[in-house]
Write a protein that binds this ligand. Sequence first.
Ligand code: CDP
Length: 217
Amino acid sequence: MDRQAVTIAIDGPVAAGKGTLARRLAARYGYAYLDTGSLYRAVGAKVLRQGGDPDDAAVAAGAARSLTDRDLAAPDLRSEAVGLAASKVAAIPEVRAALLDYQRRFAAQPPDGKPGAVLDGRDIGTVVCPAAPVKLFVTASDEIRARRRHRELLDRGENASFEQVLADLRRRDAQDSARNTAPLKPAPDAHLLDTSNLDIEAAVAAAVDIVAATLKP
Ligand code: CDP
């Protein structure tokens, strides 16, 4: 008999380190990993490519419903401009509805027969997988998150000032927290993990401790 797949849900604001933690936990437990932000980024990028307005519900929902593997591999997905467009399309209920089944299916039946999945995003613990046995809400101070994201952009050759990155991050967090549909917020049963004073190894160790304590037979 198939055992039910285990879900680890990781949510948090911009550049809190969710992706790194999720990837590391997935590798450690042999689980599949889904970066749900890349779905919203792909929708935002597609709308921008079509010359559309990311606030236009019909256009954004059309892009979400017709998402292809090629859209998900677009080279500009991690840019700041696409991040802001993603945050706009993510506030549109029809866009979120179009992406929901895929995420739930990934969690319930992880690819390659893996026994579990790690999903990171904004609403994994609250909306996508509210029954997930492990939920982490990862945070860090605005300045520290902006510093991490700024370094990431410079490493990739994108030209951005620290002040601009900090302003974009605050704007996106405000948009993500204020929207009516699936706003950014910790699930009541989420474990809070503040990584402001933790390097990657320490953050991974803290997350592993939480997972181990929660999944203890
Ligand atoms: O990596 P970063 O923290 O910059 O953001 P991301 O995870 O790539 O997500 C990009 C945007 O998609 C977010 O600002 C949210 O507006 C949206 N998003 C969402 O609404 N729900 C999710 N589950 C994941 C992302």
